[in-house]
Design a protein around this ligand. Structure first.
Ligand code: 1HE
Length: 268
C-alpha cells in the first residue's frame, strides 16, 4: 500500500497544506517550508478542514512536513496583536483542531524530521503512531519566548514523557534528540533520514487492514479507559470487547485463523 499511486484528494486547503490519497490512505503534508512549516491560523484551520472532510473510504492518515524541518510551531508573527481574551480563544481553537486528529475518524501516523518544536510537537503528540527520522529533535521553546504551550501540549506531552521532563524542556529550553525521543516515547519508530514517509505509509497501510471497529476502539475507547478509575475501565473494556467480537468481520477473521487461512503472529 505504501507504493499505491498518489491521486488528488478533493479537499480545499490553503497553500500551506497539501493533501493527496494513496489507496485508502490520505496524506497531509505541511507545505510552508520557507517558514519551516510554522502554523499560522490559516494552516491550523486547514488542518481542521482536512480532518473533517476525509472521504468515507479513507482508512488511515499520514502527516508529514516539507523541507528540512517538520514544524517550527506557532507562527510567532501572528502573536503580537492578541489580547488575553483573544489568546484564550486562539488556544481553544488549536485544542478543537488537534482534538479532531486524536479523536477523529481514522488513525493518524506522523513522520517527523528536523525541528519538531512547540506546536509541531503538540500536533505530533495528537497523532496515534509517530515515526522519527534521525534528524528529528524535540523542543518546547515557549518558555524562552515568554509564552506558554497552547495547542494541548500541557496535556498530551506529559502523557508521553511525564510532567517533570516537560517542565525541564520549558524551563531550560532543553531539546531531546531523535534517539532520546524514541527511548522516552516521543516516537514509536526511528528511521534513517529520508525514510520517514515510507515507514509511515507502511504502518498506515497495516493499520488500514484492521477492522474499522477495532481502530475505533483503540482510538476512542482505550485512551478513555486509561484515564478512568479501574472499575469503570474494566467495565468499558468488557463492553467494547463484546461489541468488537460481535462484528461479522471479526467473526470471519477468527474463523479464517481456525481454518488455517488467517495470518500467524510472527516477530516483526
Ligand atoms: C518562523 C518561525 C515561527 C521560522 N514563526 N516564523 N517556535 C519557535 O520558537 C521556533 C522558531 N524557529 C526556529 O527556531 C528556527 O526557525 C528553526 C530551528 C525551526 C529552523 O531554523 P532555520 O535556520 O532553518 O530557519 P530560520 O532562518 O530561523 O527561519 C526561516 C524563516 O522562517 C524565517 O523567516 P524569513 O522571512 O526571515 O525567511 C523565520 O523567521 C521563519 N520562521 N520559525 C514565524 N515559529 C498554540 S501555542 C504553540 C506555541 C509554540 O509553538 S511556540 C514555538 C514557536
Amino acid at each position: 500500500m505504501a507504493d499505491a499511486p498518489s491521486s488528488r484528494l478533493p479537499i480545499d486547503l490553503p497553500p500551506s497544506l497539501h493533501a493527496e490519497r494513496r489507496g485508502p490512505i490520505a496524506v497531509l503534508r505541511l507545505s510552508r517550508p520557507e517558514k519551516r512549516n510554522a502554523f499560522n491560523d490559516e494552516s491550523v484551520l486547514g488542518v481542521e478542514t482536512f480532518f473533517t472532510s476525509l472521504p468515507d473510504d479513507i482508512r488511515a492518515v499520514v502527516l508529514h512536513g516539507e523541507g528540512d524541518h517538520f514544524c517550527a510551531g506557532l507562527d510567532l508573527s501572528e502573536l503580537s496583536g492578541r489580547d488575553v481574551r483573544a489568546g484564550i480563544e486562539h488556544s481553544r481553537m488549536w485544542h478543537r483542531v488537534f482534538d479532531k486528529i486524536e479523536f477523529g475518524q481514522v488513525p493518524v501516523v506522523s513522520a517527523v524530521h528536523g525541528a519538531v518544536v512547540g506546536g509541531g510537537l503538540e500536533i505530533t503528540a495528537a497523532t496515534h503512531v509517530r515515526v522519527a527520522e534521525r534528524s528529528a529533535y524535540y523542543g518546547l521553546p515557549e518558555g524562552s519566548r515568554g509564552i506558554y504551550v497552547g495547542g494541548g501540549g500541557s496535556v498530551r506531552v506529559p502523557r508521553l514523557i511525564g510532567v517533570t521532563r516537560v517542565m525541564d524542556m520549558m524551563m531550560t529550553g532543553r531539546t531531546y534528540s531523535a534517539e532520546e525521543g524514541l527511548a522516552l516515547g516521543l516516537s514509536h519508530y526511528l528511521v534513517e533520514n529520508g525514510a520517514g514517509l515510507a515507514k509511515a505509509l507502511q504502518l498506515a497501510g497495516r493499520i488500514a487492514e484492521n477492522t474499522a471497529l477495532t481502530n475505533f476502539a483503540v482510538m476512542h475507547v482505550l485512551p478513555r479507559i486509561g484515564e478512568s478509575d479501574p472499575a469503570s475501565g474494566y467495565m468499558m473494556e468488557a463492553l467494547m470487547a463484546a461489541i468488537a467480537q460481535g462484528d461479522p468481520e471479526a467473526k470471519a477473521r477468527m474463523q479464517a485463523f481456525l481454518d488455517k487461512r488467517g495470518p500467524k503472529v510472527v516477530r516483526s
